[in-house]
Design a protein around this ligand. Structure first.
Ligand SMILES: Cc1cc2nc3c(=O)[nH]c(=O)nc-3n(C[C@H](O)[C@H](O)[C@H](O)COP(=O)(O)OP(=O)(O)OC[C@H]3O[C@@H](n4cnc5c(N)ncnc54)[C@H](O)[C@@H]3O)c2cc1C
Length: 567
């Protein structure tokens, strides 16, 4: 690889959002390269199980569904923190994006009449989640991958972004390391689209893949893009006890029941009208309350029971879930309930951007889970994230295409950034001392899980902010056990940890500042939503060597007056 390469647009991230953006850029007639630290079809999008929302109205009980109802459910689910015109775009564009995927070859499950099947999901008034058994992400990702291959789009696989290159306040490309060889190179572009995914690995108990560290998101934050609403972290109610592998909401959508150790179906005390199909934040807190009050099983879990669905339904609609339960918990759900507990699942917050992906930094766009458009507000509805990658991936791609020709970097800016990156990696490799990245990482993960989890309170949160600041200090002293070039994951993990600590810091600081309870953010010391003071977005700006600078911005409210959220 030459030291400096140029493309019209550089897309960072080979998950659904990045691939959908790349297709849009290519179809607008421009040269695009997709850079990904893992082979694209290994991105976390491929792990998505339950489905993607669109108001197709195919379900016998859902004929009068509409995009307006989808938008309303999304906004209510967000506890009124979503920017309403953007949630409307999400819902309005959904049918076209899903049908486009079908026409491109996505193999959706079907009703007997041949139309795309839809299942009920939490917080949705209609059965609106389209699915491919319980492997929807896999289907969608492979479909988009095929579309990219068909178009001859350039892929830079196993390249890891270490920093963005800026020139005159504009992002003009990035510096990346080739993981197999350790080689560094600079990539210049008129526009850069970041689709770097979520950062669940900041927590100890998470459904997210090991690769979900948010390192590229942190690099954008360090380059000047603001992080919005990072304190809103989704804890999925049902992750497998022991490993925290996701047990899809589709299981409850198909009729699964939750039961405590006393054999009671406890959701009747928390959300009597919708029971297990209340939004995730409500079900997760209900399960944790049962466990904390001594009605869980030893070790801290409850049962998810699908035996009454019968073997046929389980094997045709939930085959992946059955396999996961057998392989990782040793139970066959046809005969035995699945042991589940809540775990981190999704980052509602992310890089602040508008409906076309534009961030605060000219030349840099964001889409997918790393972004905050904001359509999910303080709590995302299941099935809306796969949808977000398609709707806003396309829009960010269209916007990036419009920026082509708007001036890219001089070779000077790119080679100066490359040299600087080389120097800092050489300095890290020659650093002495005994501090190791894995110890710091584990401590960060346990601080975040214990103090910035489902139930939050001032003192533990303040302790978390201090602890993270201390861990950032320790990270500056980390030395490497491996100073080689090829596949140096000691080096990559150390670089990623720096980014993870930045994201953890913003999450904890935002949660400490927000003295109310809204959606996923539950403060036991401030248990009510407080619209007078807190109907606003948290905006964090990076400060080199210091605490994040926190400011606030108004929520865009148009058609839907905030109401109390009841289910
Ligand atoms: C187990 C699981 C199940 C889910 N099920 C559903 C579901 O049924 N329905 C739903 O709506 N949502 C679901 N979600 C959420 C949804 O899958 C994700 O939010 C979405 O797929 C994210 O897509 P993305 O393209 O933004 O990121 P990802 O698919 O995570 O891709 C991120 C990309 O960024 C690249 N990258 C990151 N950092 C760097 C770097 N430093 N340098 C280079 N490349 C980098 C990675 O290589 C990767 O290609 C699920 C999530 C999980 C974890």
């Amino acid at each position: 690889m030459p030291e400096i390469t140029r493309h019209d647009v550089l897309v960072i991230g080979g998950g659904l959002a990045g691939l959908r953006a790349a297709v849009a850029i290519h179809d607008a007639g421009h040269d695009v390269a997709v850079l990904s630290k893992v082979y694209p079809i290994r991105s976390h999008s491929g792990a998505a199980q339950g489905g993607v929302n669109a108001s197709l109205g195919n379900h016998p009980e859902g004929h009068d569904d509409s995009w307006e109802k989808h938008a309303f459910d999304t906004i209510k689910g967000s506890d009124y923190l979503a920017d309403q015109p953007r949630a409307e775009i999400l819902a309005q564009d959904a049918p076209a994006r899903v049908i486009e995927m079908e026409h491109w070859g996505a193999y959706f499950s079907r009703f007997p009449d041949g139309r795309i099947a839809q299942r009920p999901f939490g917080g949705a008034g209609f059965p609106r989640t389209c699915y491919a058994a319980d492997r929807t992400g896999h289907q969608l990702l492979h479909t988009l991958w095929e579309q990219c291959i068909k178009r001859g789009i350039t892929f830079l696989n196993e390249w890891f972004i270490t920093r963005f290159v800026t020139s005159g306040g504009r992002v003009v490309g990035a510096v990346a390391m080739h993981v197999p060889s350790g080689e560094l190179a600079a990539f210049g572009a008129d526009a850069t689209v970041l689709a770097g995914g979520g950062y669940g690995r900041v927590f100890a108990k998470t459904t997210n893949a090991y690769i979900n560290t948010g390192s590229a998101t942190a690099a954008a934050y360090i380059a000047g893009a603001r992080l919005e609403d990072a304190e809103f972290v989704q804890f999925h109610p049902t992750t497998l006890f022991g490993t925290n592998i996701l047990i899809s909401e589709g299981v409850r959508g198909e009729g699964g029941h939750l039961a405590n150790a006393e054999g009671n179906r406890f959701m009747d005390r928390y959300a009597p009208s919708v029971m297990e199909l209340a939004p995730r934040d409500i079900v997760a807190r209900a399960i944790q309350t049962e466990i904390d009050e001594g009605r869980g099983f030893e070790g801290g879990y409850v049962h998810l029971d699908i035996r009454h669905l019968g073997a046929d339904v389980i094997m045709s609609r939930l085959p992946g879930i059955r396999q996961i339960a057998m392989d990782f918990a040793g139970v066959d759900p046809i005969e035995t309930p699945i042991p589940v507990q809540p775990g981190q699942h999704y980052s509602m917050g992310g890089l602040s951007c508008d409906e076309d992906g534009a961030t605060d930094v000219p030349g840099l766009l964001a889409c997918g889970e790393c972004s905050c458009v904001s359509v999910h507000g303080s709590n995302r509805l299941g099935g809306n994230s796969l949808l977000e990658t398609l709707v806003f991936g396309k829009r960010a791609g269209d916007r990036a295409a419009g920026l082509v020709g708007g001036g890219s970097a001089s070779d000077g800016a790119l080679s100066a950034a490359l040299e600087d990156a080389r120097r800092s990696i050489a300095a890290l490799k020659s650093r002495g001392g005994r501090e190791r990245q894995d110890a710091v990482r584990r401590e960060m993960q346990s601080v975040m899980t214990e103090k910035v989890g489902l139930f939050r309170e001032e003192r533990p949160l303040a302790g978390a902010v201090d602890a993270i600041a201390g861990l950032k200090e320790r990270h500056r002293n980390v030395s490497l056990a491996n100073t080689g070039e090829p596949f140096n994951y000691d080096l990559i993990d150390t670089l990623e940890l720096g980014g993870m600590l930045e994201l953890a810091h913003v999450t904890a600081a935002g949660a400490l500042a927000r003295t109310e309870s809204r959606g996923s953010h539950w403060r036991t010391d401030h248990p009510a939503r407080n619209d007078d003071d807190w109907l606003k977005h948290t905006m964090a700006t990076h400060v080199e060597g210091g605490e994040p600078a926190i400011g606030y911005e108004d929520v865009i409210i148009t058609s839907y007056e905030p109401m109390e959220r009841k289910y």
